[in-house]
Design a protein around this ligand. Structure first.
Ligand SMILES: NC(=O)c1ccc[n+]([C@@H]2O[C@H](COP(=O)([O-])OP(=O)(O)OC[C@H]3O[C@@H](n4cnc5c(N)ncnc54)[C@H](O)[C@@H]3O)[C@@H](O)[C@H]2O)c1
Length: 368
């Protein structure tokens, strides 16, 4: 079995990420899971993923000597809250979890964030294994230790940063992922392409058909690229306090506003980020930061992968800009991550709002 391995280097909190096909089926957890404090734990997953992969992952852990039971949560972002978390703590207690037990998060970003937060706080912290099952979770949420729950007032308002002991990204999980979730994950992947530049963009251009056909080898290479990029940002700014990770918010200023305007019901996160990235590209081009050729190449990539780029006609742009101002990532004035070239992101402060308004209007007609 061949797989990619990389290390998130954070001194005593360092951990490996494994990426490959069949990792939780044909490889041994003895080889992949680092020595943990104890041999007993729980696998936390949801009702959709449990019938697909729970037995496989429980067996994989059992075969390596890790006894484990399962906790199955309901499926959906609406359950990423304190009520579910409280139930999860109670189930963990009922399962006999001790200070030296482990939690294995098997699922997308919702399960990863919930189980990650529970692991970080139960008995002041137990070991966490991340087994992400969506593209978004494999390239983003499972790496970096951020976890948390939503509150009435907004998403991810409560949480901690607590690194996992290992991330196991088995690309075979993608076989059952709904098409729309694949596309949503690809929105984030292409954002990484814009951040990384020519090498990764060329890979995406040349392997588009294989990726869309879910070819395991191409998926593994793609996820490896993204994981390296995410891990690099995490290593440089583990607690997101130095501003280094701001670049990862490319496309998020407009994307978040769009998600909020539609109450998170119209667009998946990745779709919103694709539209937001296109808007950021257009704005950088209009303000002479980004060359026409770079703009065309980037937009072509989004179009080739079937990701949306246009802001819907009915969107009130003034309202959108107002929402951007209220976004928790906007400090005193409106900031946006803009590319000065492919692979060259900069956080630009004091964005000219009248120019932005014009560009966002143009994005309603955006076509290649
Ligand atoms: N912690 C972080 O750094 C971070 C970063 C980005 C996003 N997030 C969070 O991640 C969440 C979104 O994650 P997501 O996009 O993975 O969504 P998700 O966890 O809701 O998963 C999407 C859907 O796919 C299903 N699913 C998952 N894997 C499957 C598989 N292999 N086969 C079939 N169905 C499968 C899920 O049950 C769910 O219905 C949000 O809550 C967001 O806030 C966290």
């Amino acid at each position: 079995m061949t797989f990619h391995k990389l290390t998130v280097s954070l001194q005593s909190r360092s951990y490996p990420i494994y990426i490959g096909s069949g990792l939780t089926r044909t490889s041994s957890a003895v080889e992949l899971v680092p020595i943990m404090r104890g041999q007993n734990g729980v696998v936390v997953t949801n009702k959709t993923i449990a019938p697909l992969y729970l037995e496989q992952v429980q067996k994989w852990l059992h075969d390596a000597g890790y006894t484990n039971s399962a906790i199955i949560l309901p499926d959906g972002e609406e359950y990423k809250n304190h009520e579910t978390l409280l139930g999860l703590y109670q189930d963990m207690f009922a399962a006999g979890l001790q200070r030296n037990s482990f939690v294995c998060a098997l699922g997308g970003g919702v399960i990863g964030d919930l189980a990650g937060y529970a692991a970080a706080t139960y008995m002041r912290g137990v070991d966490l294994l991340q087994i992400p099952t969506t593209i978004l979770a494999q390239v983003d949420s499972a790496i970096g230790g951020k976890n948390g729950v939503n509150m009435e007032g907004g998403k991810n308002l409560v949480g901690t940063t607590c690194q996992p002991r290992v991330v196991i990204s088995d690309v075979d999980f993608m076989k059952t992922l709904p098409e729309r979730e694949i596309l949503s994950g690809l929105g984030e992947v292409l954002k990484y392409g814009l951040l990384a530049g020519d090498d990764f963009i060329s890979f995406l251009e040349m392997n588009k058909s294989e990726i869309l056909a879910r070819d395991p080898r191409s998926l593994a290479t793609m996820i490896h690229y993204c994981s390296r990029i995410k891990a690099d940002y995490v290593v440089r700014d583990e607690y997101d306090r130095l501003g280094v990770r701001a670049a990862l918010n490319l496309g998020h200023t407009v994307g978040h506003a769009l998600e909020k305007m539609y109450a998170y019901k119209q667009f998946t996160h990745g779709e919103a980020i694709a539209i937001g990235s296109a808007a950021a590209l257009m704005f950088a081009n209009e303000t002479k930061l980004l060359a026409d050729t770079a703009l065309q190449r980037a937009l072509q990539l989004f179009s080739d992968f079937g990701l949306p780029m246009q802001i819907p006609e009915e969107v009130d742009i003034d309202k959108m800009i107002e929402i951007m101002g209220r976004d928790k990532k906007a400090e005193d004035s409106l900031s946006m991550v803009l590319l000065h070239g492919l692979g060259d992101p900069h956080l630009e402060k004091n964005i000219d709002l009248s120019k932005l308004k014009n560009v966002l209007q143009k994005c309603k007609q955006l076509q290649l």
